[in-house]
Design a binder for this molecule. Sequence first.
Ligand code: NAI
Ligand code: HPV
Length: 469
Amino acid sequence: MAAPRNIVQPSLGEAVSYSMSLSPTNTFHSPPPGHGSFMTGGFDLRAAVKQLKPFNTEDIKILLLENVNETGRDMLKGQGYQVEFLKTSLPEDQLIEKIRDVHVIGVRSKTHLTAKVLKEAKNLLVIGCFCIGTNQVDLDYAAKQGIAVFNSPFANSRSVAELVIGEIISLARQLGDRSLEMHRGTWNKVSAKCWEIRGKTLGIVGYGHIGSQLSVLAEAMGMSVIYYDIATLMAIGSARQVPTLEALLEQADFVSLHVPETQDTANLMSAKQFECMKMGSYLINASRGTVVDIGALVKAMRVGRVAGAALDVYPNEPAANGDYFVNNLNGWAEDLRGLGNVILTPHIGGSTEEAQRAIGIEVASALVRYINQGTTLGSVNLPEVNMRSLTLDDHEHARVIYIHRNVPGVLRKVNGILADHNVDKQISDSKGDIAYLMADVSNIKTEDIKEIRDSLDALSSRILTRILY
Ligand SMILES: NC(=O)C1=CN([C@@H]2O[C@H](COP(=O)(O)OP(=O)(O)OC[C@H]3O[C@@H](n4cnc5c(N)ncnc54)[C@H](O)[C@@H]3O)[C@@H](O)[C@H]2O)C=CC1
Ligand SMILES: O=C(O)C(=O)COP(=O)(O)O
């Protein structure tokens, strides 16, 4: 395990603690519980974050990859941070080179922040996933380094659900093929094996944010909805949960996958599962490429078990736009391209103006709150800790943040260090092996801050110490 770290000023190349002063004009108030949206219960997070204006924000270096929306970019730049923006992801060697220098990185689904990459990120405080999925980040490793990870849990769910509705109709009517034929100059008017979707059964695998949203839209189109999920979940409308994946596959005319990428969902749809599907049924995958065994899908289509498929996601997606589908997918790409009624899209499920704008605001807001206030609300890998804002009209206040291993006796030691100071408020929580403590201390002198920091740094439980003042 890498040595514990303070926040390092990268230009110095040596480990020095990072401190941040907060402007007396700061009027930010922490959001109420029920986070997750930038507008929560009448609380306008965008307006609140706008008012945050800490000193020295220009010391914070941020790298934004994969064309993060300008709403997010603008919000971060508005804080005074140094923001470098790239439209694409980066190959691993270039990513490692760049990540060494930054305090914050913003990515989408293509950038793999593995333990190997994060090991080099000595200054990294926080990762923003400007998307739903967080499978591209080694969340455990990040937590063990005291690096918080935030995402946007549902800002693009509707966009994905709408795309799937479009694909269900497109597959049922063979729209992709008819359009391609017309582009090539061929008029081919057919009705054989073209269907209405009204009255057909949609089987949704994974009934979370996207699956349940899709359920509502599909019922409105006259479909019957069944779903399979590892959790027992409340059915929306007239939808019905079925006990097994096989039960769903045996009944559904259309199967749509909405599970996360996990060990359990790898090749969830393989030869055995395709055999359970109804003859002439359809498959849609807008979840993750690893969920479907492409070779097995091709074979199931060749024997007519699957009459059409729409794929938005693939194993090993490329870092940038360009040639991809040649000699890819373990050699199955050519087969897939040669099949009729297959809709192939380049991972565009969440790519709408609405979704990207909302994600930009939501994730950038979480980053600003974390950088400036230490608030972990919405973090996917650290305990969620929220404390009302620092008292900002008095410079003799400091916020102590101590991320540590969750072992016995830490609070006694930390409170021993803080014992002679005036602790206004304090909160601590843990998630597995990692614990997060915040304490606001008043009437404190600069030399006291250094002493507190040095003492906390000396504790064997320490992962990361930050002091904001
Ligand atoms: N194509 C695209 O552009 C997009 C793709 N996605 C993908 O869609 C996935 C789902 O997104 P959400 O609905 O927001 O996630 P969610 O977390 O709200 O729902 C996922 C559901 O899958 C269930 N699940 C997990 N493992 C399962 C298994 N082995 N079998 C059956 N059910 C299982 C969970 O219990 C949960 O109810 C994301 O993880 C992401 O990978 C998300 C957004 C855009
Ligand atoms: O939100 C997600 O998980 C997605 O799959 C969308 O990814 P993207 O932001 O388009 O790289």
